[in-house]
Structure formats: C-alpha cells, structure tokens
Design a protein around this ligand. Structure first.
Ligand code: HEC
Ligand code: HEC
Length: 317
C-alpha cells in the first residue's frame, strides 16, 4: 500500500484549522446587516425575517425537519445554519448559489419563503427611515439590491463560532481529548471513514455526496449539475457546532446525533443515483465513542450583542 490517504486528510485538517476571529467591533455595514437579518419587512406579508427560519437560539436553523414559509407553505428542505460560511464556496443543499451576496436574494424572492420581488425589497428598505439614515452613514444615499444583500452577507461573514476542544488537540494539546473521545477520534478517521467527506476547518469538504437519501422529487445537486454522479448527492454539512442544530440531514429526518450514527451503521438506500457509503456496523460502544468525540467539535455560538450595540450607536431608530 502506498501513502495512507487518511494521513493526507488529517494533514489537510491541520493546515485548515481556523484561527477564531472573535470580536472586532462591527462596521456600519455589518450592523445594518444584523438589523436586516431581523427585518420582517423583507417578506411580502411582513411576518418573516431571515431569523424566523434561521433562529439564533437553535444554531441559526429552524429546529423542525421542514419549516414553513411566510404564507404557511411547507418548505422542501431542512433549514441549514448560517454560521461559519465565510469560506464556503457553494451554498444551499444543492450548491445553487455561489456567494452569500447571491444567496441572500434567494429566500427573499422565493414565493414559498419570503415571496418578494427585488424591486419591492429595495422599495421597502428605502421607505424605512432607519435604513435610509443608516446607509447614508456609510455614504450610500439610495441603497440598491447589492447594497442590501452586501450588508446581510457582511453580517453573515462575522458569524463564526468559538474555539473547540478538538481545536486545542489540533493545535498540539494531546491531553485535550479524554480516552473515550480519543477512541471516537480514531473511529472517525479510520473505520468510520467520516473524514473522507467531513474534513477541513469546519468538517465539511464543501462537496456533494450520495448517501442513499435522495428521492425522485429531490435529487439534490443533480438539479443543478446534470451528471449522473450528482444524482441524489447533497452538500456535506459542517460538523463544527452541530449541537443545537438538530434535526439533521437535508430533510431533517434525524432527530438526534445517535439516529445519524445508527444510520451510518446500517444505511437504507433509496436507490436514487449511486450510493457512496458502505454500512459500518458500529457497536453500541463505538457509537458512544463517536458521540463523545463529536461533542468536542462544539464551541461558543456567535455573540450578537456587539451588533445590536453598533446599530444602536448609529442612532437611527
Ligand atoms: C422560510 C424560511 C427561510 C427564510 C425566511 C430564510 N431562509 Fe435561508 N434557508 C432556508 C432553507 C430551507 C434553506 C435551504 C434551502 C435549500 O438548500 O434548498 C436556506 C438556506 C440558506 C443559506 C445557505 C446555507 C448553506 O449552508 O448552504 C443561507 C446563507 C441562508 N439561507 C441565509 C438566509 C438569509 C440571509 C435570509 C434572509 C434574507 C434567509 N436565509 C431567509 C430557509 C429560510
Ligand atoms: C461520502 C461522504 C460522507 C461520509 C463518508 C460521511 N458523511 Fe456525514 N454527511 C454527508 C452528507 C452528504 C450529509 C448530508 C446528507 C443528506 O442531507 O441527505 C451528511 C450528514 C451528516 C450529519 C448531519 C449534519 C447536519 O447538519 O445535518 C452528521 C452528524 C454526519 N454526517 C456525521 C458523519 C459521521 C460521524 C460519519 C462517519 C461515521 C460520516 N458523517 C460519514 C457526507 C458524508
């Protein structure tokens, strides 16, 4: 056997380990983005902001398998988190948006979500004195869609989570993990093959994989890229700060982390496209060990108070 690919993955993980940016004072643009994130006027009936679905106390996710939009329509997919996305190239479960700026207009104009037109978004934002005055403070007299999406994206880029126990381990503190967590770490990188897809700073390769979870109605990435390989493939979710983001998977089918590990132990195959994983037949002990390791991937959630303070300091509301 040549070089063990797992070693290379571990090396990639080491190199990609992030330095937590933490708390530089928010800029005017980021403060406006924070306010817009909580702005229900961005939905046609005036009842839904981004934060209605990306709930900060639920890991910036919806807390339910599938949420509902501003008119009460059920959504087709589980709401993913908006933290730690600054370095993510392709957004959504199928990767159909390639920047946070481009992404932001998606939910606003989706008839099932916020049901706006971009013209109406601009009109609403310009009609509110607080935004006119706030944007003026950054030299923007008539905010455009790009200014609005740019502010939301700038705020989202600041949503990073704090250092974890595993970060300490990565940075050389070999006493950071206890015995059980260490057993779980080995399972993650060897028998579990988890790091084949869950690698890099946030434990996601940013790529699309088929776990046998697609349906004829939702074939994942294939809707965007018509290659057989992408049939039934969904974006690998980040495992950094998984806690609080339940339920899991693109359709929210799993309530707990244990459910997910039982899936990997003996995964059913929906038969859409070609599945990439093999059953792992984990013992109960191995599942407990993996969970113990995965617990070390959680850090503090971003603190939104500085954004609120920066917004208040603008004195526009
Ligand atoms: C009605 C609920 C709802 C609202 C409102 C909503 N979102 Fe989402 N958001 C979702 C769902 C569901 C997805 C996943 C859709 C998919 O993958 O097809 C998503 C995906 C995203 C993603 C991609 C995350 C990733 O990992 O790829 C970002 C970023 C995001 N939303 C930001 C926003 C912003 C900013 C707003 C406000 C302008 C917003 N969302 C409003 C439900 C919502
Ligand atoms: C072939 C790539 C691949 C491998 C190997 C893999 N995963 Fe995943 N993982 C994914 C994809 C893709 C999803 C999302 C699937 C979906 O939504 O249908 C996912 C989802 C998850 C989730 C849910 C996260 C969320 O936010 O919904 C967890 C937890 C997880 N995997 C842990 C693991 C563990 C632990 C292992 C090893 C036992 C593992 N994965 C192996 C690609 C992979």
């Amino acid at each position: 056997m040549g070089r063990d690919p797992r070693r290379l993955i571990l090396l990639a993980l080491l190199l990609a380990a992030p330095g937590w940016a933490g708390g530089a004072k928010p800029t005017i643009q980021e403060a406006i983005g924070w306010r817009l994130f909580f702005e229900p006027a961005l939905s046609r009936p005036g009842n839904y902001s981004c934060a209605t679905c990306h709930i900060p106390s639920k890991g910036f996710e919806g807390g339910e398998p599938l949420g509902r939009g501003a008119h009460g329509d059920p959504l087709g997919r589980n709401t993913p988190t908006v933290v730690n996305l600054a370095d993510t190239d392709l957004l959504f479960w199928d990767g159909r948006a390639s920047s946070l700026e481009e992404q932001a207009s998606g939910p606003m104009t989706n008839p099932k979500e916020m049901d706006m037109t971009l013209d109406l978004v601009v009109e609403r934002v310009r009609s509110l004195r607080r935004y006119r005055e706030a944007f003026a403070k950054m030299g923007v007299e008539k905010p455009t869609v790009d200014d609005i999406a740019g502010a939301i994206a700038a705020f989202e880029r600041r949503l990073t989570t704090g250092p974890t126990t595993f970060d300490r381990w990565i940075h050389g503190d070999r006493s950071a993990l206890n015995e059980q967590q260490e057993r779980g770490r080995l399972l993650f990188f060897t028998k579990g093959d988890c790091a084949l897809c869950h690698n890099g700073a946030n434990l996601s390769d940013g790529d699309f994989h088929n776990l046998g979870t697609g349906t004829p109605e939702d074939q994942g990435r294939y809707a965007i890229e018509k290659e057989d390989y992408y049939k039934g493939a969904f974006k690998t979710p980040a495992l950094r700060n998984w806690k609080g983001r339940e339920p899991f998977f693109h359709d929210g089918r799993f309530k707990t982390l244990r459910d997910v590990l039982e899936f990997y132990s003996n995964p059913p195959d929906s038969g859409v496209g070609e599945r990439e994983i093999e059953p792992k037949a984990f013992s109960e002990q191995e599942i407990d060990d993996l969970i113990a390791f995965l617990e070390t991937l959680n850090g503090d959630w971003p603190d939104l108070k500085p954004f609120e303070q920066a917004w208040k300091a603008l004195g526009v509301e």
